[in-house]
Design a binder for this molecule. Structure first.
Ligand SMILES: [Zn+2]
Length: 112
């Protein structure tokens, strides 16, 4: 009973990973500016560094929206599905044996 839920949770985590990474970078930059604002050498960089958190937040928002759109399309049968498990497929990857998409649910590579 517990396994399909775990699988779905992992799938969501994989889909939203770029958004989470961008969010983590935004938080790291916010901490960086507050932690090192007093260091003289890094103080000169603060006017530039303060623009990074909003940029990363914007990237996180964009990646989150993109992942939501992809999952929405998958749920409404408008996106290609994994031949093995029917899960949503990730972004297009160019490999030595042609273009593939990785399944977000089971991790298998599907030829496009
Ligand atoms: Zn799959």
């Amino acid at each position: 009973m517990n396994k399909p839920m775990n699988r779905y949770a992992w799938m969501l985590l994989r889909a939203y990973l770029p958004a989470l990474v961008a969010l983590g970078l935004a938080i790291a930059c916010m901490l960086w500016t507050s932690l090192f604002a007093s260091v003289a050498m890094l103080h000169a960089l603060v006017p530039y560094a303060k623009w990074l958190p909003p940029l990363f937040l914007l990237a996180a928002l964009g990646a989150g929206l993109f992942a939501t759109l992809r999952l929405w399309r998958w749920q409404h049968d408008q996106a290609p599905k994994c031949a093995g498990c029917g899960g949503p497929l990730g972004r297009l990857r160019h490999g030595p044996h042609g273009d593939t998409r990785k399944c977000l649910a089971c991790g298998s590579r599907q030829p496009v």
